[in-house]
Design a protein around this ligand. Sequence first.
Ligand code: NZQ
Ligand code: ZN
Length: 389
Amino acid sequence: MNNFVYDIPTKVYFGENQLGNLGKELSQFGKRVLLTYGGGSIKKIGLYDAVVAEIKKAGLELYELSGIEPNPRIDSVRKGAQMCKDHNIDVLLAVGGGSTIDATKFMAAGACVDHDAWDFLSEKWAPIEKALPIVSILTLSATGSEMDTAAVISNLETTEKIGRMDRELLPRVSFLDPTNTFTVSPYQTACGSADIISHILEVYFNEENDLYMLDCFMEGMLKTVIKYAPVAMREPENYEARANLMWTSSWAINGFITAGKRHAWSCHPMEHELSAFYDITHGLGLAILTPRWMEYCLDESSVDKYVQFATNVFGVEPSQDKMATAKKGIELLAKFFFETLGLKSNFTDVGIKAEDFPEMARKACCGGVIKGFKPLAQADIEKIYEMCL
Ligand code: NZQ
Ligand code: ZN
């Protein structure tokens, strides 16, 4: 266990009827608010009207940027950063899923510099010294962007999807009302749940520095998603199910479970190439990759962790044959993704072609090695991609 600093300063308003606090929270940062959102789901659910009413009630000046895409593009970020400069914006209010919040994070950083926002993500890796304050209202439980320092942006010109973490990008305040997720489709609920599970497994399957307390916490979160994702898909307005998914999405990636661990993620870099090349939904790519990655990394040295996963998360009866127990855990996870959640189970069905594997694999490991649970070089990643066909 390594030393760590625990400091997650996002203020969270969780639950129904908390929007009355929005005006007060925004006002502490200034008067001019840039409201950002996606393709219009927030209008359909009445959230847009409620947010605008609160902003007006607080006497704030409202500017708007809509149309942020799933797998958000750098062009939207550029537009938002420019609007911040043109209107001297004081605070950004992101209302939506991970894509809207992520794009808003880089708008907030881009507003504070003279260079192009892509320079934060390209090889230049320009420093993020400052960002305008961000407030978020989450409408989809998945990425944890509402309470983390990360954001992932796509560049269609270069066929790249790149993420970066920086403390400056952390939302100052987030509103988490499970009723705002009642309208999330069964498909997006499934993808979001697969994303949450992946965020946990990227940390759970880790060579070193395990801490019993954190393992128990992660197993609890995994069981929560496994219990409630199917309920939310069947009964979209089940508050308990939506609330459990929402709070788990935040805690899966807000820095708590990674405290004290040294680790690199494996499935996420592999998936980001799928989204970059094929614009597929992030959680779907992760669902297809994760069981194959687990299978690829399973060996005598790692088998005990798989047995722990199978028994503690899926209730598999441990047998003398550890390998068999380990494989049962992977099989049950695959069954959960592809049967219970109904997600497509292979690359062929989502149109991903083998001819792109070498290039996607090279980019996923940046031409080197992903130093995750098992080191993965380009050849390993290509093999995992092949297992997904
Ligand atoms: O654009 P609108 O109209 O809002 O529709 C969205 C979008 O079509 C819709 N939606 C959102 N809330 C809804 C709703 N539909 C009905 N009712 C609601 N309440 O759902 C669709 C998907 O939205 P999106 O924001 O793209 O989904 P998600 O939250 O899964 O975000 C995915 C993005 O986040 C990145 C992913 O790579 C991807 O680009 N990630 C961000 C991370 C982070 N910041 O830490 C980590 C993750 O691993 C991930 O990489
Ligand atoms: Zn993810």
